[in-house]
Design a protein around this ligand. Sequence first.
Ligand SMILES: *[C@@H]1O[C@H](CO)[C@@H](O)[C@H](O)[C@H]1NC(C)=O
Ligand SMILES: *[C@@H]1O[C@H](CO)[C@@H](O)[C@H](O)[C@H]1NC(C)=O
Ligand SMILES: *[C@@H]1O[C@H](CO)[C@@H](O)[C@H](O)[C@H]1NC(C)=O
Ligand SMILES: *[C@@H]1O[C@H](CO)[C@@H](O)[C@H](O)[C@H]1NC(C)=O
Length: 467
Amino acid sequence: MPSYARLLASVCALATAANAVHPVEVNGKDFVNSETGDRFQILGVDYQPGGSGGFSGKSDPLTDKDACLRDAALMQRLGVNTVRIYNMSPNLDHDDCMSIFNAAGIYLIFDVNSPLEGGYLDRTDPESTYNAVYFQQVFGIIEAFKDYPNTLGFFAGNEVINEQSVKDVPAYVRAVVRDMKDYIKKNADRSIPVGYSAADIRPWLVDTVNYFMCEDEDEPSSTSDFFGLNSYSWCGRSSFTKSGYDVLTEDFAEATLPVFFSEYGCNEVQPRVFTEVEALYGEQMSKSFSGGLIYEFTQEPNDYGLVKLNDNDTATLLVDYENLMKQYSKLDMSAIEATNETATSLKPPKCGPGLIKNSTFLDTFDLPKRPSKVQDFIDNGFVGQVHKGSLKDIKSQDIPQTIYDHNGNEVTGIRLTALANGETNAPGNHTSGSSSSSNGDDEESAAGKMSISLLGLVAGTAFMAML
Ligand SMILES: *[C@@H]1O[C@H](CO)[C@@H](O)[C@H](O)[C@H]1NC(C)=O
Ligand SMILES: *[C@@H]1O[C@H](CO)[C@@H](O)[C@H](O)[C@H]1NC(C)=O
Ligand SMILES: *[C@@H]1O[C@H](CO)[C@@H](O)[C@H](O)[C@H]1NC(C)=O
Ligand SMILES: *[C@@H]1O[C@H](CO)[C@@H](O)[C@H](O)[C@H]1NC(C)=O
């Protein structure tokens, strides 16, 4: 291309550059907005339309633009700022969906593993699966998402340390964290946090977080940047003490990295009322936790959904959606975003035998050597079948799909609101749509926000009554 044409092209690219969220980074124990320095706590949902078995590699949750528009608009309305996605394909085009979520002010955290052949570390045989084929998936996911500003982080593993795992597994997961961090440092334009998502196995919990957060002089990049916990101990109208949240708060009080629920939302009592939300973002717990992700956005056979996708291309907002929206709307965002100089300047402890008190299998910091092919990917960048991301400009727009509330009434006017540059979604800020419902809902199932017209009517009636 002649140079004036290249110049023109780059000027045009600048002129049409999309508004973008500010990347989130880790400072000590907190996530922070890299531009404003405000604390960032995760108000999130787990997102796996089709369920955990629904992944074939030919499509993933970010390949259907229409579905992303609908779901991003519904999440924006709900008050969500982060989504976790479990299974992704590096070679598919995610630009439309990532741009839609970016416009909605929503970040994403990706698991780098895939359930397909060669795409995961086998917990019964880590040695033979820690190889270059596996790293094509791992580095492929990093390559596919590193250029989007709303990529919040990557999970190196999910619940791989459990009763079935062999003794070496923790060291292999720490090695994967190391390799991912080295890859990002060499090949990405910014630091993107890498962490682990743990099962809630109480006897090992403190040891597990200590194992991942500590600093090892021989392997400095193997320290995790954050720690996710999948925990379902608060069911129904439980309490801080009955649910054991008090113990978790205590367990993570000394953590030197951001800790959050990578899954929460027990469904043993239905409908779910999500009273744990108030506790999680309250004063006591937010010293230990940076929020969490509700399991899960879509209704699947295991019955944890907030939204049901119907066969006729419509969607129904379940009572759980409305209950969660109501809980989110009570939160005090200024407290949630308050900066804390002590928390953001914490440094990790040194790894060593004194740190691990109760688990014989979490005691080795002797990590496996990375295969030479993997070193090669790090040094030269992974050039496999990867679609590299780039952001598009997305305008505010009404969603085309028909949406029903839990009573079957149509909710009209649901809209994706494209946010200003640097703005993050927050509860109560973008609650488009109103239901045609007028029959008296019970307290718990009523939506968090009345529609504007209904409020106007109520206010008008009150005014008339005063006269
Ligand atoms: C240590 O492990 C034992 C058995 O696995 C468990 O009963 C105990 O509660 C654990 N202690 C701590 C402090 O986690
Ligand atoms: C679509 O399916 C839902 C759920 O089965 C139903 O409530 C709704 O009436 C259907 N809408 C249309 C337009 O067929
Ligand atoms: C700030 O962080 C420190 C360290 O985690 C904590 O002890 C303290 O309570 C926090 N302050 C507030 C106001 O949350
Ligand atoms: C939400 O809206 C309020 C009021 O308009 C505004 O002050 C606040 O900054 C918004 N929150 C975010 C995260 O943009």
